[in-house]
Design a protein around this ligand. Sequence first.
Ligand code: HEM
Length: 580
Amino acid sequence: MDRLVSLLGVDSPPRYLIALFTIPVLLFALYHHLLPKPIPGIAYNPSAAKSLLGDVPDMLAEVSQTGEFRVWCAKQVRKLNSPICQIFIKPFSQPWVLLSDFRESRDILTRRHREFDKSSFLSDGMACMGAFHGIYMTDHKFRANRQLIQDLMTSTFLNGHVGPAVYSKGVELMRLFEMKGRLAGGRPFSVKKDFEYASLDCMLEFAFGRNWVDTAVGEQLKVVGGLAEEGLVVPVSVDEPVEFPLGEIVDFLKSVYEAPEIVEKTINAIMPKLQTWWWSQQGWYKKIFEDKEKAMKAQVAIGIKNFQQGKIETGVEHMLMREAARAEKEGREPDFESQVFRDELFGDIVGGHHTTSGAMMWLTKYLTDDPTIQSKLRSVLHSTLSAAHQEGRLFTFEEIRHAKLPYLDAIIEEMLRINAVPVTREAVVDTTVLGCPIKKGTQVFFMSNGPGFLSPSFPVDETKRSDTSRLSKRANDSWDESQDLARFDPERWLVRKRDGTGVTADDVDFDGAAGPQLVFGLGPRTCWGRRLAHMEMKVIIAMLVWTFRLERTPAELSGYGGLEGIARVPKKCYVRLVKL
Ligand code: HEM
């Protein structure tokens, strides 16, 4: 500049004048550079694209009240009225894409896994879970872990080891409900913690069998049993809820509770990796993972002893067996002390307990609020498990396992459909979705709580679909979108075999492909534990309806507000139980 000025024969302008001119230009260029960059052809909120914070202020205004980010996402889809839209949620990053079309979502999840894999924003948020396979891309580490746990979702393991344990945990839970119901004297009480603890105990049995002794429901039985003797002060009004004291659970169980809370907060953090590092320096965080390590090491040590004595029953023992077989094949010593055992099992326990207990709470609420569905289910259970009913006893695990209960399957499916949390994937190459360009690294949300699920689908131009999607059979031809899709109506999932209104296995078949469903994800990264989750819901909800009549609770204790985390769980879950 100085040279140019002297060549032109003029004096050099003062530096402050140069700065005065260039700094605003640079700042303006930087501002423009940092503004959200909409993906061409994909709908977005125009005002968000003019703000450095994108959609964040609008999102926070709502989510700080409701706690439901994915519900806010579904609202954007409706507002923008398009099967594909984008939101600007992470400032200075690529937009997030919301895809609201079941057929295209299914196609991507099941057929296009070379283009889309596990989302890195989820993996970053789950960094505290260590070597758990759920955080990996679909790579060699993922496959190696999956190999270690390959026995744990087989029918042999589920029916032989897990099922009887789930059954006995269910019986314990019914005992707790019975004690609480008696003490409450017709007043409502919350069963949120009870379901959470029962589900946690199921996961502990799944992983450790009887080697784990400090059960969560066991502690509640002790506390509530003690109350029965001392007497409990209950409110005067029969509509006032009774508050039961909680029994203290051991530190490892607290860490199972607290780890997913960390995951949830980290996923929502602006800088998840930095957040994880910062927390990992703090005492409360260290304690959670020290408690986890201590308990997991002790359980793996018991497992090794059992395995070496030829006893292979629990989840840990099956994993050790797999490692031994793998080591032998590879001509090396087995690595039983590997961190992978501890992190993998911990991840499975965390992933399985919160989700399934939330699902059982929703089921309890729907059955409470719809006495017709509840009594129809009860009479189907009585007629299907007729020997147990006639003998005036609870069905056995073997009886419920073999029972064909399409109506219960449909109730579970419908509850899952209405409360699904959208799954996500990350584009691992530059590609297209519904004809729109999607850059490598873009996060795609497969919306399962808006149009196409809870309201009619958007029309989609067939020529915009991928080749595989176009060639695939049209989804849910018989699914009636003219009905109110937000209503809980289990019979949508049933195919009638003969005239009438009956819902036993002689009358109807359950068709899990009847409608759109993404609650467990789809494809190679679909929920690993769905078979266990189904078994647990089926056994425990059948027991609940068999043992009690669920009576309506006051309006202020009811409602369908949810809390989003790993899964969507009800804010409140109160019951008013009548023993049958
Ligand atoms: C009603 C209960 C449950 C629901 C709604 C649920 C939902 C989900 C969803 C949506 C995913 C992500 C799928 C995807 O990205 O495509 C997932 C993954 C996973 N779930 Fe579940 N889940 C449930 C129960 C369980 C149980 C009981 C276990 C353990 C026994 C479990 C273990 C896992 C694991 C390990 C993954 C990671 C799979 C992977 O990354 O490949 N889940 N689950």
